[in-house]
Write a protein of this length. Structure first.
Lengths: 222, 291, 291, 222
């Protein structure tokens, strides 16, 4: 069964068409990559999945629901099944690393004790256990990016959307992150990764979609 | 949404942004203090002028040759009138004594007199409700119709002036309080608005992470309430300080201030008003959260 | 740094952040309006009570059998006293006429009189500076020492009460304005501070790009001045509206308000005060720029 | 003659040593690369050059001046000779792309007419001429990064510091940016690039410094 389906989806911004007639579907438990030049619509595509934007044309299904038919009060519930690595990080400057990650669990109403263990476990996975008390502004670019990754995966989401998750990471660290994603995927999470980094999908055997100026121009196996 | 956690969030935010929260607290405190003092001043001007008409009295001069039972008749007739609060009969002998004491520096005026030239008089005190230029004139007309009453005397002009002064003070006072309150509520609102404006990003991120409206709102409302409460308490302290440190001290050297009334009851509501302002301000500033 | 470009920057920022600038403008406007109205009210209370002592007069009763040249002597002696503003001689015939008109409802008091029992009197008006309980008593004592003056009469108690009322009103009025101003300056300051707080990032980026202090400061100061000017103009408009729309309209039905003084001069300074507040607020909010 | 010199430079943050005993020098007109894992001190090293941070130990020379001896009022003058591609972009959200780039010229007091031509020329170099009126928030990650690059080079700086300049760029666009950097370098500008992207320095023949935990652990030719 397909978890995410795009049917002839189009999306316009004020004076710009960001997506044109995109049809694709991602199966439950699959891991796919989206690539394409700067400004081709990768981020927009992911935003449509977590409902940060609405499509202008076509239909999008996440799970069984058509996102357009969703009532406002149900949007938070849908979003709680999704973990997002935002391209622009969206870290809360006034909270330390621990709190930035914990917030994802607290929003889901998880008990305080569990919060602690989960957050520290995830911090260990991204090698940032020693930065738990640091504030985002005092972190290096790559450290910030790993905090965002930790926040996205800490709540064991059904879907993981990672937007350029290794843009600020050295090849070694990037490899570690990809290993983590694969583990998560192996445990059943559907993973969508938007990236320009060919190393990430080279020899993975996963489907790689290529966007160009908003159109889906190719689907190959990495 | 766990309530305890929203309290935690509110507390975190309160302690994290000390400076900006202090500004809000002090803004609300000064706002409430200013309104309180304005209300306090208007209340006192009103109270001070309210007691003036109570001293107002109307004097009825009776016929020269009036009989004892005729006098009783006049008194009974007047007592029946609902506007009359109290009534004093002043025989002409007493009236002369009073006049002499009033003109005490000129008692020689009366040196040549061998007969009392004054008439018997009745002094009426009126009910507060009845003291208006119209009502008083009506009463005067009625009194003149009673047999035995020769003349009625009351300070028409004084009464009219006093009346319009009181009405005017009240109008201007209320206008002032309304202007002050509008200005101040606006300032409160804008402070809170700016406070939340800064957190637009944070709210947006919360939403994208899957937070419900209640989860986002609760800490803000708690925070607003706490800020409002602190502001209210400070203004309460301020108004008491104003009374005890300034007015009471002044009244030692300037006895006029002994007459100042300090209705502490309403002021005790200030913390409550503060909480209301804070919570309402936060709710309005947050606005309708859209997904 | 090119001055025109800093103006451009200021204008951009003013138009770009309309909402938040509007808040600042209106905050400063309400602040200035509130202070103006408070000052206006205190000024009027002061003015209204100031004219009371001017009506105050002291009455000197002269000896019964006083001679014309003796009277002139008394007058010359009094004129020499610096506290005396004006002086009116009232022959006993006129004094009787006056007394009769005061007691107009009781003229029969005088019916039996065949000789005028009143003495000649002198009525003194005092210089404003001299009207204090102490000064008046001193003058009274001096006057009594002059040959031909039998008695001096003045409202000691009234004068003392009036004096302490005026002093008290002034003290409370000034205390109120100080409290108001402190509160309001604080609110202004915090509004501006929050406004710039939001731009910390922008200032930081400017610095990193190589901007000098003057380049960073100029637009902020211009912007602060423009906001302050707008606030001052609105408050000026507000105070005129308050006078013309409320007070003048009230005075049609309530003549007391005809007596209200509206010193438009000082209020015309409001835009200037606004500019000063805005620029000073911006300068303080920016603080010392460190590299 | 060396334009930038680090002599036994050390830098500590509150509870973290970011640089240890770093000694290196970059000649006038040279182009060098700095690499190393996430959190190794690359950004800190660049910050020391444009004086966003001060060294705790050692001395740094930019041009002929020791940065520590510089009076505060001279710092802006030094910074105007440097163009910086910030890792965290530092775009002004309330200004459009044109203004974001023009600000670098205006700070230097350049006349309005020249500002226009220079900004548009630079926008063309990074392929963003059509986005001149857009606001940073409405740009894709790679577009934002190119605006930052444009702002750094628009004023023909003596030194160009680029911190992870291709983290959000696809390989093709990244190649274009590198070509631009090389052109600028060829015209005499000294260029320092901090990056984890090996493609950037592979086969360039330029010196590549490697940092690890704040120490300079290697200098090779790319
Ligand atoms: N302002 C600061 N306060 C405290 N620690 C800081 C601060 N800035 C950086 N650090 C720490 O110093 C170390 C080096 O940071 P730096 O930003 O130089 O790394 P980097 O090499 O640029 O890493 P990346 O490739 O991830 O950008 C990191 O561990 C970081 O957490
Ligand atoms: N909010 C917005 N308003 C207007 N235009 C937008 C907005 N968001 C994105 N765009 C435009 O839509 C196009 C696609 O943007 P998108 O962020 O999806 O690209 P991308 O593939 O993620 O690029 P990158 O690799 O650079 O991140 C871009 O040209 C961008 O300028
Ligand atoms: Mg993107
Ligand atoms: Mg870095």
């Amino acid at each position: 069964m397909d978890l995410i389906q795009f049917q002839n989806v189009g999306k316009d911004y004020d004076n710009q068409t960001a997506l044109r007639d995109v049809t694709l579907s991602v199966g439950k438990g699959e891991m796919i990559f989206i690539t394409g030049p700067s400004g081709s619509g990768k981020t927009t595509l992911l935003k449509l999945v977590y409902l940060a934007e609405k499509p202008d044309r076509g239909a999008i299904y996440v799970g069984d629901v058509e996102t357009e038919t969703l009532r406002e009060s149900q949007i938070p519930l849908l979003r709680r099944t999704i973990g997002v690595v935002f391209q622009d990080f969206r870290l809360l400057d006034n909270r330390n690393v621990f709190e930035n990650i914990a917030i994802a669990l607290r929003i889901r109403g998880i008990a305080e004790k569990e919060v602690k263990t989960k957050v520290f476990d995830t911090l260990k996975m991204v090698n940032l256990r020693h930065k738990a008390d640091a504030y985002p502004r005092t972190l290096s670019g790559g450290e910030q990016q790993r905090v965002v990754i930790a926040r996205a995966i800490v709540a064991d989401p059904t879907v993981l959307l990672a937007d350029e998750p290794t843009g600020n990471l050295d090849p070694g660290t990037a490899e570690g992150v990809m290993r983590t994603f694969k583990e998560i995927n192996a445990r059943g999470t559907t993973v969508l990764i938007a990236t320009h980094n060919r190393e990430l999908y080279r020899n993975t055997g996963r489907r790689v979609f290529t966007l160009d100026s908003g159109s889906l121009v190719g689907e190959v196996l990495g | 949404m766990s309530l305890p956690y929203s309290v935690t969030l509110a507390l975190q935010s309160l302690t994290r942004e000390k400076w900006i929260n202090l500004i809000s607290v002090l803004t609300i405190a000064s706002a409430l203090l200013i309104i309180s003092i304005a209300a306090f001043v208007v209340y006192n001007i009103d109270a001070a002028t309210r007691s003036l008409p109570e001293r107002f009295s109307m004097v009825l001069y009776l016929d020269d040759d009036i009989q004892k039972d005729r006098i009783d008749g006049v008194i009974t007739a007047l007592r029946r009138n609902s506007a009359v609060r109290s009534l004093r009969y002043i025989p002409k002998e007493e009236a002369l004594r009073e006049l002499k004491s009033v003109l005490k520096n000129s008692t020689y005026v009366f040196e040549g007199l061998d007969e009392n030239p004054l008439p018997d008089t009745l002094e009426l005190k009126l009910r507060k409700e009845a003291i208006g230029p119209e009502a008083v004139r009506r009463l005067s007309d009625e009194a003149l119709k009673i047999k035995g009453v020769r003349e009625v005397d009351y300070g028409e002009k004084f009464l009219a002036a006093l009346h319009s002064l009181r009405a005017g003070t009240k109008t201007v006072g209320i206008a002032l309080i309304v202007i002050l309150s509008t200005g101040i509520i606006f300032v409160c609102y804008s402070t809170v608005k700016i406070l939340f404006y800064r957190r637009k990003e944070e709210i947006e991120t919360f939403k994208l992470l899957g937070a419900t409206r209640a989860f986002i709102r609760a800490p803000f409302l708690i925070e607003g309430g706490a800020i409002g409460l602190a502001g209210g308490l400070i203004s309460l302290f301020g108004i008491f300080a104003f009374y005890y440190a300034i007015l009471l001290r002044l009244s030692v050297t300037m006895p006029v201030f002994k007459a100042v009334l300090f209705p502490s009851g309403p002021f005790l509501l200030l913390p409550g008003v503060g909480i209301f302002l804070g919570v309402a301000g936060a709710a309005i500033a947050l606005g309708r959260l859209r997904y």
